[in-house]
Structures are given as structure tokens and as C-alpha cells.
Design a protein around this ligand. Structure first.
Ligand code: B12
Ligand code: SF4
Length: 461
């Protein structure tokens, strides 16, 4: 029944092409306060902020298959109202921690008489949810969805993904950011990561489409590009050409990548306008990195982080608490070592076994996983029987890490680094436009559009 090679598999019904169906794709409900990855990692009152207001996966699907209607983070009332409009297909995009909520939404959709329910995104990797849906699609799915509707998705076109970065309490709309996807998938095999089951083949987006996105961002007053590939640089030659396009655009950019890739490419990217990096440190214990097959050495990570610092680039890292060997004292020691490398912000997680990972298989067999509450699978809870740590230990270590890495001092350092980098690159005019235009636009009711409007108008400008 199951096939993880990127092919659709059906639970209740065999698949079949539907011509001109009425299809609605949606996400979990909107919460009182939108999820904000910065708030998720700090307890400070003065902090950076980037609320999650869009679902990149649904935007991609809409951009490439415009016949599908999308509804991002609806309220319960909104979802109920839209359901009454009558749909052949309702598709749900979700992460594992949203599973219970999505199952409730699926139940509402069934009761409203929707013919088929589909599941997609990383949450769909969970075999336990399969029977609630008529189709489950694994991986980047434009082509699979198009096939169901008898439509060809054609060459993949990235949507315009614009949101904002701000500072609390000044406001969330100080720096207008544009998200750029240049390649998808990762061939590495880290045991904790779902990507090897989700998209193990690297597929690049065309340089024309990337250039078009950059032009659009520039024209629409985007100030900072966030490259959100799994590992920028993994498609070596392609990323070289992307760096040329980024340089040509004149826009500063922040990239997510591995330290082994960054080490070899730093100078090239720095010259092309890279002002910040997002690195998966994961652990400072070499044996734990070997256990999870991260294929990185601590020395490599240290060398790269020191280089990033020497060049005054912003450094965001991610660290995980709760590797099999971790104890309270080893993690405390690790965190202090990491602090000496002066990251500007750390995303700190608790190691979580996700479905269809090697880590899941190992932990389930060896220790047992508690699946009674899927909302805890948000990488901030210990959901398995760790040999040395309790959930209370994990929470105490998280709080300790937030204090060490994400204090108010770090916010100031973060902002002053960006400021210095822009002064170097473009002088006072660029720096002024980066920081102050957002505030000015906000005060004068300027360019900030509702995200839903931006979705509709992606490239028609
Ligand atoms: C960018 C990102 C974020 C951003 C989100 C930005 C935003 N505005 O949404 C931020 C930093 C906020 C974030 C936070 C978190 N993230 Co995150 N994030 C990612 C990342 C790097 C890219 C996701 C993305 O946008 N991809 C690009 C789009 C185009 O792809 P897509 O969303 O997968 O959509 C495609 C398919 O999934 C499919 N599809 C999507 N929806 C649907 C619906 C239907 C019906 C169908 C058929 C198909 C389909 O088609 C789409 C187009 O091809 C992934 C890693 C990765 N490799 O993808 C992790 C990842 C998704 N995050 C993950 C997690 C756990 C989290 C956090 C809980 C904590 C953490 N580890 O960071 C929080 C929770 C966020 C929240 N509450 O919403 C996990 C998910 C694991 C899981 N099963 O839940 C991932 C896979 C990373 C990992 N390996 O740990 N994240
Ligand atoms: S953690 Fe990063 S390098 Fe490892 S498999 Fe996942 S995406 Fe690839």
C-alpha cells in the first residue's frame, strides 16, 4: 500500500484523473498568535519577530496549479463557511505536531460531504493517519497533484513569498523579506531528518525563474532575501550561478546550509552579498553526530563559525537537546562550548523521532515513543523514553539555552551586525533603506499588503 518514492498511494479508493474538480487546499487553523520561530526560541520581551503568515507549500501549489483554491490558516468559522461552498477535494497541508487538529478538520470536511480528502506535507509521512484520507502524497507534489487533475504542472515556477522581519516592541514590519527556493531535496541521510523519506533527490529550479523572482522582489521593495533550500550549495554548479544572480540583484541574503558546504563556498557567497547564515550545528558531541549520521565534524563546524564571525556575518544555528548519549551535565557543558563561538541566535530543539526516519525506528525499538499527543511533536518536547533525561530536564535545558543564546544583548548584536554589513556593502543609503523604510511605510500606511492579496497577485506586476 505504501510507497515512499514520491508516488501517490491511496487508502480507500484507487486514484483516477478528475477533470475540473473543485479543489480546496488548506492548513491547520489559525491560532490566537501566529507561530513565530523567534518567539519559539526566547523568553525575552525585546526580540526579533517573524510571524508565520503564509504556507510556502500551498503557495507553490497555487502558483503552478492555479485551478486549486488555497486557504491559509483559516479560523474555524472561516473553514466551516468555505466548506459549505461545496468541494470535490479538500487537501490538508500539515506538520506532525498539527496531526490531531487536521484529523478534526478532516472530520468536518467529511461531514460537509466533500468527496475526497487528501493529505500532504511532512505530516503526511505518518502511516497512522493514512486511513483518514483518500490520498496521501509524499514529497514535493505539484506534479503528482497535476496528474490527478489531468494537468501538467510544466516547469516549476516559484511563487512570490513575501513577509516581514521586525523587532518587538517596534513592530513586525520593519524589514520586508522575500523567500527564495533554488533547489529542493537532500541526498544526505541524517537519521533524525524526514527529508531522506520525503525528497532524497535534489531538483533545481530554473535560473530564469529564480532571476524572475529576484526581479519581482526588487521591484516590490523587498530588502532581504532568505534562501530556504534544505542545503544551499548541494547542487554545486547551479548554486554558483544562483550566487551570481543574487550578486547581480544587489539584494543582501541569508542562507541555510551545512557547515561543510559553507566552508568551501564562504568567500564566493560573501562577495555575492551573503550577510547571514543558518547552520545546523545539532550537537557539540562528536559521537552523537556520528550516531545520527550527520557526516560533519565538530572541528569543521567550529572553523566555519569562526570564519562567519570574523566576517561579521549574522550567524543563526540550530542545536538539539536529547541525543541518546546526552546527560544534563554533558548538554550544559556543550552549550557553554557553543557559546564561545558567539552565534547571534540559536534555534534550540529537543531531538524528536519523526515518522519514517531511521531515528524513529531505532528509538521505538529500543526505548519506546509516546504518541498519545501529536501536538508535542514540535521539536520542543521529549516524546520518547530517554535513557538519561526526563521531560523536566529537557525543559530546563531549553530555558538555559534561551538565556545563553537568545537574550536581549543578542538582539542588539544581531541588528548591529546587519547594520555594519550593509554599511560595508552599500553605504548609508542602503542601510537607511533597509532599516527605516519599513518603519516609514508603516507610519504612512505604505507598501505592506495583506498576505492573501500578495498570493493572488504573485507575478502579474
Ligand atoms: C522553512 C521551514 C520552516 C519555517 C516556516 C516558514 C513558513 N512561513 O511557513 C519556520 C522557521 C517557521 C519553521 C518552523 C518549524 N518547523 Co520547519 N521547516 C522549514 C523547511 C526548511 C522548509 C519548509 C518549506 O517551506 N518548504 C518549501 C515548500 C514549497 O515545500 P513544502 O512545504 O514541503 O510543500 C510541498 C509538499 O509538502 C507538498 N504539499 C504541501 N502541502 C500539501 C497539501 C496537499 C494536500 C498535498 C497533496 C501536497 C502538499 O507540495 C508542496 C509543494 O511541492 C522544512 C525542511 C524541508 N526540508 O522542507 C522544515 C520542516 C518542515 N520544519 C519542521 C519542523 C518540525 C518545524 C518546527 C516544529 C520546529 C522546527 N524543527 O523548526 C517549527 C513549526 C512551524 C510551525 N508552527 O508552523 C520539520 C517538519 C517535521 C514534521 N513532520 O513535522 C521539517 C521537515 C524540518 C525537519 N526535518 O525537522 N519551519
Ligand atoms: S538534516 Fe539537513 S543534511 Fe541531514 S538529511 Fe536533513 S536536510 Fe539533509
Amino acid at each position: 500500500m505504501e510507497n515512499l518514492s514520491g508516488v501517490t498511494w491511496a487508502c480507500f479508493r484507487a486514484g483516477g484523473n478528475m477533470k475540473n474538480p473543485r479543489a480546496l487546499f488548506t492548513t491547520a487553523y489559525r491560532s490566537d498568535e501566529p507561530y513565530d520561530w523567534v518567539r519559539f526560541n526566547t523568553k525575552c520581551r525585546i526580540r526579533l519577530t517573524q510571524p508565520r503568515v503564509m504556507c510556502p507549500g500551498l503557495r507553490f501549489i497555487k502558483e503552478n496549479l492555479p485551478q486549486i483554491q488555497i486557504l491559509e490558516f483559516p479560523s474555524q468559522q472561516e473553514f466551516g463557511r468555505v466548506l459549505r461552498q461545496g468541494w470535490d477535494v479538500v487537501g490538508f497541508s500539515f506538520f506532525t505536531f498539527e496531526t490531531a487538529e487536521i484529523l478534526r478538520m478532516a472530520d468536518c470536511a467529511r461531514k460537509a460531504g466533500v468527496r475526497e480528502l487528501w493529505a500532504g506535507n511532512y505530516g503526511a509521512l505518518n502511516p497512522l493517519i493514512a486511513c483518514a484520507f483518500d490520498k496521501v502524497m509524499i514529497g514535493y507534489a505539484e506534479a503528482q497533484i497535476g496528474e490527478q487533475f489531468g494537468a501538467s504542472a510544466g516547469e516549476l515556477a516559484p511563487p512570490a513569498l513575501i513577509d516581514n522581519f521586525g523587532i518587538v516592541p517596534l513592530g513586525a514590519e520593519l524589514i520586508r523579506t522575500g523567500w527564495l527556493s533554488t533547489a529542493r531535496g537532500c541526498p544526505m541521510k541524517c537519521t533524525f531528518c524526514q527529508t531522506p523519506s520525503f525528497a532524497s533527490r535534489v531538483v533545481t529550479l530554473s535560473l530564469d525563474s529564480i532571476e524572475r523572482a529576484l526581479r519581482y522582489y526588487k521591484k516590490n521593495s523587498v530588502r532581504l532575501i532568505l534562501v530556504f533550500d534544505e542545503d544551499f550549495g548541494i547542487a554545486r554548479e547551479h548554486s554558483r550561478e544562483v550566487a551570481v544572480l543574487l550578486r547581480k540583484s544587489g539584494l543582501p541574503w541569508v542562507v541555510g546550509t551545512r557547515s561543510d558546504i559553507l566552508e568551501g563556498r564562504f568567500d564566493e557567497w560573501y562577495e555575492s552579498g551573503m550577510v547571514g547564515v543558518n547552520l545546523g550545528v545539532e550537537s557539540m558531541d562528536p559521537d552523537s553526530l556520528v550516531d545520527v549520521r550527520k557526516a560533519l565534524s565538530i572541528d569543521q563546524t567550529i572553523r566555519t563559525m569562526e570564519k562567519v564571525n570574523r566576517h561579521d556575518c549574522v550567524m543563526i544555528g540550530s542545536y538539539m537537546i536529547g541525543f541518546e548519549r546526552d546527560t544534563v551535565s554533558s548538554v550544559t557543558r556543550n552549550l557553554r562550548e557553543l557559546r564561545r563561538l558567539r552565534p547571534d541566535f540559536m534555534k534550540v530543539f529537543v531531538l524528536t523521532p519523526f515518522p519514517k526516519t531511521l531515528l524513529w525506528d531505532h528509538v521505538e525499538r529500543q526505548y519506546g515513543i509516546d504518541c498519545s499527543d501529536w501536538s508535542k511533536f514540535n521539536a520542543k518536547h521529549l516524546v520518547w523514553n530517554h535513557p538519561q533525561l526526563s521531560e523536566a530536564d529537557a525543559q530546563a535545558l531549553l530555558s538555559q539555552a534561551y538565556r545563553l543564546f537568545n537574550s536581549e544583548d543578542h538582539v542588539l548584536r544581531f541588528v548591529s551586525k546587519i547594520h555594519r554589513r550593509l554599511m560595508e556593502r552599500g553605504g548609508p543609503a542602503r542601510t537607511h533603506s533597509f532599516f527605516l523604510s519599513g518603519l516609514r511605510d508603516k507610519l504612512h500606511g505604505g507598501i505592506f499588503m495583506e498576505h492573501s492579496v500578495e498570493c493572488e497577485t504573485a507575478y502579474d506586476a
